[in-house]
Design a protein around this ligand. Sequence first.
Ligand SMILES: NC(=O)c1ccc[n+]([C@@H]2O[C@H](COP(=O)([O-])OP(=O)(O)OC[C@H]3O[C@@H](n4cnc5c(N)ncnc54)[C@H](OP(=O)(O)O)[C@@H]3O)[C@@H](O)[C@H]2O)c1
Length: 209
Amino acid sequence: MKLACIGIGQVGFALANNLQQKGHDITIAHNNIQSESVLSAQKRNSSFSALSIQEAINTSEVIFLATPFSAAEAILLSLDFAGKTLVDCTNPVGPGISHGLESKISGAEKVQEWAPTAKVVKAYTIYGFENLENPSFPDYHIKPVMLIAGNEATAKEQVETLNTDLGFNTLDTGNLSQALHLEHMTLLWVKMVRVNRHHPNFTWAYLER
Ligand SMILES: NC(=O)c1ccc[n+]([C@@H]2O[C@H](COP(=O)([O-])OP(=O)(O)OC[C@H]3O[C@@H](n4cnc5c(N)ncnc54)[C@H](OP(=O)(O)O)[C@@H]3O)[C@@H](O)[C@H]2O)c1
């Protein structure tokens, strides 16, 4: 698939680098070609191309949003996604690792408001970047699960394909309003690992009977 990343830091690079190695075309969607993260990503993976954000959207099938949540509104309001899939990887985190929108609405639904022409899917937020850099758990016969949410089945199918390529099973939790609960799962993981010092290299799994 042709993929673009708005934000190519810890999360954006981990996704882009692994997906490039699975045969996907990656474009860095930037508003500053000289930014530290853009230069570093291109140095670490010379196959990435780079375009302005709108040009990258125009030439891609799926776009990842992997910037701070606080930057998203200003970035998105000027863009036209023309019905393309926008994967919201951001987390609205407030003071004391609380939900940044006071749990009234998910960040993903705000992203959808700011990008009304996109098909927004929430994904890649419930774990730290360590598990996006390396989603492999060779000692287990079951793959880690990636929980997703979104209103559009076709967009979720695209994300499921990418999940499979990355090494995740997909659990579709329902429509985009479910993203609020995924964002709380993020807070759980972040508090366990970043505050309580639980080891970061763990994920959840889906068992069904
Ligand atoms: N870190 C984690 O473990 C983790 C896991 C899951 C989800 N998340 C979420 O994923 C998002 C990215 O986190 P990260 O850890 O990857 O952050 P990061 O390493 O700081 O990278 C952020 C990226 O966003 C870019 N950016 C920032 N402001 C921008 C703007 N106004 N316009 C365009 N690009 C901008 C940065 O570019 P510059 O170099 O120009 O600043 C950089 O490429 C956050 O919302 C975070 O909550 C993080």
